[in-house]
Design a binder for this molecule. Structure first.
Ligand SMILES: NC(=O)c1ccc[n+]([C@@H]2O[C@H](COP(=O)([O-])OP(=O)(O)OC[C@H]3O[C@@H](n4cnc5c(N)ncnc54)[C@H](OP(=O)(O)O)[C@@H]3O)[C@@H](O)[C@H]2O)c1
Length: 338
């Protein structure tokens, strides 16, 4: 038994509307010892997804709610410090669902997004961003559901975030013209500068529907939506016949304490016969290697860029989560805790 303490952040209460740091409480436990088939990981990086807000709630979703008093669930990266699994040894760098704590027990194999060894030369930041959940989500959502064709006009909401920034660049690699929708001039400048988007709309300062009409007079062939609500409605006002509307997420509704706002103009998909489809990354588990390999190739040859926002320190872990909902992150939100 290890004498060191395992610092943890626990779910203290379920948020009614906007999540706050008060919904979390500090906990401590003994550092656990791995059983047969398990590894013990010293967590170095916590990774954040808006979906974690859903895991805090008992509302129906795609997975079970985190119990009150349970360690906050999240992806992360770290180093193996003890192993009773034949495929892993101390010193191996790994990613997995490690939670908000210093030490995590994990059983490689079996579960989706279970422990993954990091390839030599791939940093934790890269493994958790463009080659992690959000990069893979962008890959399958854009390519399998959106299917952008050369010459198409594609718009992406939440475009300066971890998923949106990769999704837009994938459409560009496939020969489409790409418009990003994001909050603030700085994010828009990053999109059209570093990330190579053809145009960007600052939804906090501009009329999204009108700007889409100006930028895409022939209509959008693909809309990749991370936001929902009014931005989805603005895009539906501007679709072309035969368009594909990809529902990846609806972050504008995650903290309202109510069901997501409906797109009031959904009849647009009848008037401009189009398809609106959702997807869940988990559907594609048997193709993760394909996606990581292709995304890695695009990064290596300079066609795909990505941003990571790394905050520092264990005490900062809950505050960093809130950055997603305040729009403070550019690219993937991480916190380095060791
Ligand atoms: N379907 C799947 O399998 C799957 C898998 C992973 C993620 N997702 C979804 O993908 C989306 C993006 O996730 P991510 O991890 O890449 O996060 P992210 O985009 O890196 O971060 C969230 C961003 O959302 C924007 N935002 C926050 N509140 C908003 C609001 N009220 N209205 C409009 N925009 C708001 C902010 O950007 P601005 O500054 O631009 O407002 C913020 O930076 C989420 O909806 C998530 O649930 C789906």
């Amino acid at each position: 038994m290890n004498a060191e303490i395992n610092r943890q952040w626990l779910l203290a209460s379920r948020p009614e509307s906007m999540v706050g740091v008060d919904n979390f409480a500090r906990g401590e436990a003994a550092v656990p010892t791995p059983a047969d088939g398990q590894i013990l990981v010293r967590v170095t990086h916590v990774a954040y997804e808006p979906a974690m807000r859903g895991w805090m709630s008992e509302r129906p979703g795609y997975t079970t709610a985190i119990p009150i008093g349970g360690v906050m669930r999240s992806q992360g990266a770290g180093r193996v410090v003890d192993s009773r699994h034949p495929g892993f040894k101390p010193g191996d760098r790994v990613s997995g669902m490690f939670g908000w704590q210093d030490y995590a027990l994990a059983a490689p194999g079996g579960e989706l997004l279970s422990v993954q060894k990091l390839t030599d030369g791939v940093t934790e930041e890269t493994a958790l961003s463009v080659l992690g959940i959000t990069g893979l989500t962008a890959y399958f959502g854009m390519l399998d559901v959106g299917r952008p064709q050369p010459g198409d006009t594609v718009a992406v909401s939440g475009a300066a975030g971890a998923t949106g920034s990769v999704a837009g660049q994938i459409a560009r690699i496939k020969g489409a013209r790409v418009i990003g929708i994001a909050g603030g001039a700085e994010k828009c400048a990053w999109l059209t500068g570093e990330a190579g988007f053809d145009a960007a709309i600052d939804y906090k300062a501009e009329r999204v529907s009108r700007r889409l009409r100006e930028l895409a007079p022939e209509g959008l062939n693909v809309f990749y939506d991370n936001v929902g609500g009014e931005i989805l409605e603005a895009a539906l006002n501007n679709i072309a016949v035969g368009s594909r509307i990809i529902i990846c997420g609806a972050i504008s509704g995650y903290n309202t304490g109510a069901l997501p706002a409906p797109p009031r103009n959904y009849m647009a998909i009848v008037w401009k016969p189009s398809i609106m489809a959702g997807f869940l990354l988990g559907q594609y588990a048997d193709r993760f290697d394909e996606a990581r390999s292709q995304l890695g190739e695009w990064v290596a040859d300079g066609r795909l860029t990505y941003a990571v926002d790394v905050q520092e320190g264990f005490e900062t872990v809950p505050h960093t989560f809130l950055r997603l909902f305040r729009g403070q992150n550019l690219g993937k939100q991480l916190c380095r805790i060791a």
